[in-house]
Design a protein around this ligand. Structure first.
Ligand SMILES: [Zn+2]
Length: 478
């Protein structure tokens, strides 16, 4: 028995020795504070705030000895349309008697909104949908009017093609509307508040069409002009499966100012610390996160994005610091990536996956982190697609962390997806119940659960340690 205890003591000591340096939560939170600060103004691609986030990250990584993965990745520029909301106001009520709405709370501006000042009575047009059979615009004239529609699609139409926000705006535009107000369905469990969002989908850009989202409360005040209530209206449409569109008889004024650039640009960052084992140094471990967020509404409101995804970005910087202290001991090489334009729909990661200088079969594992600072436990996604990596993660969790939920999924997740689709093995790290402040002006650093955040990053560092420093092989699928 004594020998057993002795052997166990030696064994556990060697496990404890074989560990990465501790995650420094103070350093990590300093990065988060900076990324989420007003100076960076919501880190929207195409803005000075995003450029500052990029320079800060490159300077920090360089100070650790991380170098560009290949020429042209420090940063890697790619072109995309950008749109900056420089100011916005919204009022309801008759001119002279109107009430100003609270920016960022009562209403938000869609990231790819057009600009202009529009004023009219508001026409409610259900789901803003017309497929030739079901038509919310039937029998109602919206020429020169502001329309209000549900953000989502009619749930009762089978195989309903999902209309993007941009397609809905375009449809309203084609019908003659001058501005569009989106609102979430009030009968859902947690109707969405007005969020900052650049997820706009495909379709034409209407630079002269303001596009905003209002809260359910504001929508109700607009409908009241006609004695209606949004919840009743939704029930009526969903149950009858018939359009119910009408003039709310409430006046609204929408003012939006923008700077649109069809040929704007965005940036990814990809750096590397090179391993030195002759057999393993051409194999790579990737840690990644997206650096961008959804910007601001002029000087009135900005979206700090502390959880989404200053948390993941700061984690990439901290992991770079941890492994830079072990530079002489790296067997495999480790790549650090910060993606641009995740928020528009995985634009940066899609571009980088298509233009990656390392062959897919040289990448042993990719660990992507997105929204990892708020919540109550750790979720590791894509384990169904990569059971070997999942097993390594769960073993490390049960030895050192004990905060990971025992369910996973396959098929990628967030910025891992474009790489997963090309055959790169990887895991996607996120916290459970992460989204309370998602894309809201309240996503501040002080809301983060620093203990959980630190544990999650420690889990990633343990995996990286096994693969990069120990040169461990990923267990084969059983
Ligand atoms: Zn986001």
């Amino acid at each position: 028995m004594r020998t057993l205890i002795f052997i166990f003591a030696i064994f556990s000591m060697s496990i404890l020795n074989a560990q990465p340096e501790a995650v420094d939560s103070n350093l990590m939170m300093e990065h988060v504070e900076y990324f989420a600060s007003p100076e960076l103004d919501g880190r929207l691609p195409g803005t000075v705030g995003y450029e500052k986030a990029v320079s800060y990250s490159i300077d920090y990584l360089e100070s650790l000895g991380v170098e560009s993965l290949a020429p042209g990745y420090w940063p890697q520029r790619f072109s995309m349309e950008t749109n900056i909301i420089t100011d916005a106001n919204m009022y309801i009520g008759d001119p002279g008697n109107e009430e100003e709405l609270k920016t960022g709370v009562d209403f938000s501006v869609r990231g790819y909104s057009g600009a202009g000042t529009r004023q009219s009575d508001v026409i409610f047009c259900g789901y803003g949908f017309d497929n030739g059979k079901y038509n919310d615009y039937k029998d109602i004239d919206v020429h020169g009017k502001i329309v209000m529609v549900f953000k989502s699609n009619p749930p009762f139409i089978e195989d309903c093609p999902r209309m993007s926000i941009r397609e809905k705006a375009d449809m309203a535009y084609q019908k003659g509307a001058t501005a569009i107000i989106f609102v979430s369905q009030p009968n859902q469990e947690n109707p969405q508040k007005p969020i900052g969002s650049v997820m706009h989908g495909d379709g034409p850009m209407h630079e002269d069409m303001p596009q905003v989202q209002v809260s359910v409360e504001i929508a109700n005040r607009i409908l009241k002009g006609n004695g209606e209530d949004l919840s009743n209206v939704q029930t009526q449409i969903d149950e009858s499966k018939q359009p119910y569109s009408f003039n709310t008889k409430t006046n609204a004024t929408v003012k939006v100012f923008t700077k649109y650039n069809m040929d704007g640009n965005c940036m990814n960052i990809a750096g590397v610390l090179r391993g030195s084992d002759p057999n393993l140094r051409d194999e790579y471990i990737v840690v990644s996160a997206h650096l961008d967020h959804v910007g601001s509404i002029g000087d009135q409101v900005y979206y700090p994005g502390a959880n989404d995804n200053a948390s993941g970005s700061a984690a990439v910087l901290e992991l770079a610091r941890i492994f830079s202290t072990k530079k002489m001991n790296l067997k495999r090489s480790i790549i650090f990536i910060l993606f641009g334009s995740e928020e528009k729909g995985l634009v940066g990661s899609g571009y980088l996956a298509d233009n990656f200088p390392i062959a897919t079969d040289q990448i042993v594992a990719m660990f992507n982190m997105d929204c990892i600072g708020y919540g109550d436990s750790i979720k590791v996604g894509n384990g169904k697609s990569n059971p070997g990596l999942w097993k390594m993660a769960m073993e490390n969790d049960s030895l050192y962390i004990n905060r990971t939920v025992h369910s996973t999924w396959g098929g990628g997740g967030a910025d891992l997806t474009p790489f997963h689709d090309k055959g790169v093995p990887g895991l996607y790290f996120v916290t459970t119940n992460s989204y309370k402040y998602l894309h809201l002006p309240g996503d501040f650093p002080e809301t983060l659960n620093v203990g959980l955040y630190t544990d999650l990053v420690r889990l990633v560092s343990l995996l990286c340690y096994d693969l990069v420093i120990e040169g461990a092989e990923v267990p084969k699928e059983e």
